[in-house]
Design a protein around this ligand. Structure first.
Ligand code: NAD
Ligand SMILES: O=C(O)C(=O)C[C@@H](O)[C@H](O)[C@H](O)COP(=O)(O)O
Ligand code: ZN
Length: 383
């Protein structure tokens, strides 16, 4: 797979073909004024609430607001604290009340300007505010541009588990302005990269090959970054269009997540210890090693996945969870709240090889416990 060279100011449009709820993802550098123009056309006379977090707000909200002003769109800014802990009941009610205080009406619009935390929280508030208002995603992390801003999964966490309270609510538009990523920390960039490489591991081995060669250029910026965002969005849009509500193969997008969500819960959603993308990186490596243990996948492929994550600087073992991952029993108990559980039995996304993932229902908890015990026993040695 080669990287197509974009022309200056180029924009890539990826449609999400959902009947009655179709929308576009616009990808390219410096798209904020384009976003404001599209919003003005989509909702003439509407006012908007720009929801952002304390880190992103000062960096990027003024530029967006200047574009909104140019279009004659009235706006209010609502700021939430940064980090995973913000996907909480408390922040959700505070945000809903702030939107009501701003008199956001049914014909108005809510903009989520931030990473996946702001997107998931804001999307959920938009889903229920006055029983549903439109919202626009302007994702500012790599993770949010390649994954969370697309597909309409919105929600918050509970002490019982990740994303357990939420709704499907599709955005009306997604603007992935890749220049916004220039201010992202290296840690957050790499975390988002785990969701990029996930698409290769699910069903696109050529993209995985390309990622192995080009990952550092994605981080550096340039055509490889836009290409990676576009390939990821096309892959996600295709799955979402055929299975919006995860009744079938949308679950493939959960590769690595049964492990990841358990780890996030056991680290108390503490972003200083583990962020979602890092948990996903560990989950991807574990999904491949678990598949190897079950005799489904070659050791070469499982090792290749872990080696790539290591090369990027992402964690790939339970030993790398700061402060410890917990016991095998605790991890498996946390998995019991996974949304893919059916009649109490775990579902996993497993792999026959790189790019050959599949949904496995009815995985015995004892098998998982034994696998995790073995992983914990490796005790930091190379896998
Ligand atoms: N809805 C979905 O389909 C979906 C998909 C994947 C992940 N998620 C969710 O997304 C969340 C993770 O999202 P995330 O990784 O974007 O984390 P995040 O939203 O916490 O953002 C990461 C950090 O980067 C900062 N930041 C964001 N943009 C920045 C920028 N341009 N410059 C400087 N700093 C910036 C934020 O303030 C935050 O501190 C998790 O809650 C996960 O469950 C949802
Ligand atoms: O969009 C999806 O579907 C995904 O599974 C994408 C995941 O990367 C994302 O983390 C999602 O929020 C997980 O969904 P959940 O239903 O397992 O909470
Ligand atoms: Zn994810």
């Amino acid at each position: 797979m080669t990287t197509p060279a974009p022309s200056a100011g180029a924009r890539i449009t990826v449609p999400v073909a959902l009947e009655g709820r179709a929308y576009d993802i616009q990808i390219g550098r410096h798209q904020l004024c384009e976003a404001a123009a599209l919003i003005a056309a989509m909702a003439p006379g509407a006012k908007v609430a720009v929801v952002t977090d304390e880190r992103v707000g000062p960096l990027h909200a003024p530029a967006l607001e200047a574009c909104l002003q140019q279009e004659g769109i009235g706006f209010t800014r609502i700021t939430v604290p940064p980090g995973e802990a913000t996907k909480s009941y408390a922040q959700f009610t505070t945000l809903c009340d702030a939107l009501l205080a701003a008199k956001i009406e049914r014909d108005d619009l809510v903009i989520a300007l931030g990473g996946g935390v702001v997107g998931d929280l804001t999307g959920f508030a938009a889903a229920v505010l006055r029983r549903g208002v439109r919202f626009v995603q302007i994702p500012t992390t790599l993770l949010a541009q390649v994954d969370s801003s697309v597909g309409g999964k919105t929600g918050i966490n509970s002490g019982h588990g990740k994303n357990l309270i939420g709704a499907f609510h599709q955005p009306a538009l997604v603007i992935a302005d890749t220049a916004l990523l220039d201010t992202l920390s290296e840690r957050e960039f790499k975390a988002g990269y785990a969701e990029v490489v996930k698409y290769g591991l699910i069903d696109d081995p050529a993209f995985f090959d390309w990622c192995e060669v080009n990952w550092s250029r994605i981080i550096a910026g340039g055509p490889e970054r836009d290409h990676a965002v576009a390939v990821s969005c096309r892959a996600k849009a295709a799955i979402v269009a055929r299975d919006e509500r995860e009744e079938g193969d949308r679950a493939l997008l959960n590769l690595g997540h049964t492990f990841a969500h358990a780890l996030e819960r056991l680290t108390n959603y503490d972003s200083t210890r583990l962020v979602h993308g890092e948990a996903v990186a560990i989950g991807l490596a574990l999904a491949f090693r678990f598949s190897q243990r079950l005799g489904l996948c070659s050791g070469q492929d499982a090792t290749r996945v872990a080696r790539h994550l290591d090369a990027v600087g992402l964690p790939s073992t339970l030993q790398q969870v700061p402060g410890g991952a917990g016991t095998a029993q605790e991890i498996v108990a946390a998995m019991g709240q996974d949304k893919k559980v059916r009649r109490g039995v775990l579902t996993f996304i497993l792999a026959r090889g790189i790019g050959q993932s599949f949904i496995a229902h009815g995985v015995a908890a004892e098998e998982v416990t034994a696998f995790i015990e073995a992983e914990l026993a490796v005790n930091g040695q190379a896998h």
